[in-house]
Design a protein. Structure first.
Length: 159
């Protein structure tokens, strides 16, 4: 499954740490954009799923698209829902998009053999197997639980 919800766990922790200086929505959008290429490769039945989108170069480009498209879209959705009454700033959009795409590379590189995450600077995948996939998933869930708890507590204090 190319669009893994487990990537959102670290995003929740980043939101808890960054507060108003981090957009969970732009982070999430960047996660989805990262996996468009693997989805296309899956549909076509290709042997290699993780191509340029899962490299430093690809993540850089996808982060730019995520920030530029995500800032107005997410801002409008948040304003319409009444959750937030001010626009997402450009620094928040940029930080959230780049954290989203580069964390995605790290998480996927740990478990996917077909990646060259450091391209164009290096070939190979030095992160492959540094921890087990089970531990990786548990860490993502734990990040989500801790981040969600902190954000939830912060919101309940405001109410």
């Amino acid at each position: 499954m190319p669009f893994t919800p487990l990537h959102l766990g670290p995003g929740a922790l980043f939101k808890a740490a960054g507060g108003e200086q981090f957009s969970f929505m732009i982070f999430g959008g960047s996660q989805v954009l990262m996996d468009v290429e693997p989805l296309v490769h899956m549909i076509r039945g290709d042997a290699v799923l993780h191509g340029i989108s899962h490299t430093v170069a690809g993540a850089f480009i996808i982060a730019i698209v995520s920030a530029v498209a995500g800032r107005p879209v997410c801002g409008a959705l948040l304003a319409r829902s009444g959750i937030m009454d001010r626009a997402i700033s450009w620094p928040v959009a940029w930080a959230s998009a780049f954290v989203g795409t580069f964390s995605h590379i790290v998480l996927d590189a740990i478990m996917h053999r077909d990646m060259n995450p450091l391209w164009p600077f290096a070939h190979g995948n030095p992160l492959l197997g540094i921890i087990s996939v089970t531990v990786l998933h548990v860490l993502c869930v734990a990040c989500g639980a801790v981040g969600g708890l902190v954000v939830g507590l912060r919101l309940s204090r405001r109410a």
